[in-house]
Design a binder for this molecule. Structure first.
Ligand code: PLP
Length: 401
């Protein structure tokens, strides 16, 4: 196929050429002054993205799942009580991982498409009559399987209102660097992330942001048995520019470049505004098609992922297969209980208006090829109108240059 293919899955996302070029270089000595500077630059940039002044970034050659394990085992001891909420594959995954470590997990089942609300968290904490209070509340900020975003500031306020000071551990794998996150202001104790979505890198880094409080809790209660995930040796070695294991050297060069683009050049508030704008055009298109999103409440709709319900009788897997094979357009499938019933459009990372329109156009062509009853052009027109009615703060092309 001539031309480029379209990777519009909900991550991994497209790599800017600059990030690729930054990684296209010889590996350097990871015990050299140059590497120490690279580590420091990356840590400074990550703090900005986390929204923290003194939280500690931890980098693992791993993925988001690895980072989740790292978050849990450093602060929770065997038998720890954990509150979690299942409103999709990844929020459910948090509880499932915690259970495997033998923690006592209390999971609240919601509909996939709902968001966990501050009111629900408050109710659940108030109703807990155990003499052994929860040690941690686990929340997925942006549920990638359903395209639902949770109000993290509100969750911490709800915990305060219930008089509860459990650790707040938040999965930001599909939101960080695309949606505003204010770790200090929202008093989030641990942020869990990976490199392959908003940070515009290939998969391969598991990333944590750890508050001073979480470090102290871990040091005090000892956490669970661990070696690779232990953050104490990482902090000790990072202080002198080293890692306790061989770091993913070239990924760190890519991360420094991505952070320069996001933090220093485009500016985080513009990055978040761009994602909000692209997302509202995608949602306008879904509305134009006459289809519905998996997300039930529009006020919780994600700015990075939209999960769209396919019309009755249409297998979303067939749509995905056709879009990929005929147009080189990769979309996310419905996962878990949504398999066959929904498809997901990733609109995060290095992305601009025309790429969104190309994606929507490819979906419309696929609808038409498969005889799916959606009016051709209805989504594209709605998205174009959304773009023209709300001009960009910064032209996306200049930003992505
Ligand atoms: N959490 C969320 C919200 C995700 O979207 C993903 C992956 O897509 C994960 C966790 C797991 O991360 P990884 O696949 O990098 O291990």
């Amino acid at each position: 196929m001539s031309g480029r293919s379209f990777l519009q899955i909900p991550g991994p996302t497209n790599l800017p050429d600059r990030v690729l070029r930054a990684m296209d270089r010889p590996v350097i000595d990871h015990r050299s002054p140059e590497f120490a500077q690279l580590t420091e630059d990356v840590r400074v940039g990550l703090r900005r993205v986390f929204g923290t002044r003194d939280g500690a970034p931890m980098l693992y050659p791993a993925s988001g799942t690895g980072a989740t394990e790292a978050a849990l085992v450093n602060v929770l001891s065997p038998g720890a009580r954990v509150l979690s909420f299942n409103y999709g594959l990844f929020s459910g995954g948090l509880g499932a991982i915690a259970r495997k470590f033998g923690y006592d997990v209390d999971e609240v089942q919601l509909r996939w498409g709902q968001a966990v609300t501050p009111a629900l968290v408050e109710d659940k904490l108030r109703a807990d009559s155990s003499s052994n209070p929860y040690d941690a509340v686990l929340i997925c900020h942006n549920e990638t399987s359903t395209g639902v975003t949770v109000d993290i500031a509100g969750i911490r306020q709800a915990m305060d209102a219930a008089g509860h000071d459990a650790l707040l551990i938040v999965d930001t794998v599909s939101s960080l660097a695309s949606m505003e996150f204010l770790m200090d202001e929202w008093r989030v104790d641990i942020i869990i992330c990976g490199s392959q979505k908003g940070l515009m890198l290939p998969p391969g880094l598991g990333i944590l942001g750890v508050s001073r409080r979480a470090l102290a809790v871990g040091a005090q209660n000892g956490g669970s048995p661990r070696h690779f995930w232990d953050w104490e040796p990482i902090m000790r070695e990072n202080r002198i520019g080293l890692f306790p294991y061989t770091p993913a050297t070239l990924m760190l060069f890519g991360l420094r470049e991505a952070l320069r683009m996001l933090v220093e050049e485009e500016g985080l508030s513009n990055v978040y505004a761009r994602h909000a704008r692209l997302a509202s055009a995608v949602r306008a298109a879904v509305h134009g098609w006459g289809l519905s999103t998996v997300c039930e409440d529009p006020s919780t709709a994600s700015n990075t992922i939209t999960a769209v319900r396919t019309p009755a009788g249409v297998d979303s897997n067939e749509l995905l297969k056709h879009a990929r094979e005929r147009y080189g357009l990769s979309l996310g499938g419905g996962i878990g209980q949504l398999s066959g019933q929904a498809f997901r459009i990733g609109h995060l990372g290095s992305l601009n208006e025309l790429e969104v329109l190309g994606t929507l156009g490819g979906i419309e062509l696929s609808f038409a090829d498969l005889g799916i009853d959606v009016e051709m052009g209805s989504g594209l027109l709605a998205a174009q109108r959304a773009f023209t009615s709300a001009p960009a703060r910064v032209p996306a092309f200049a930003a992505a240059d």
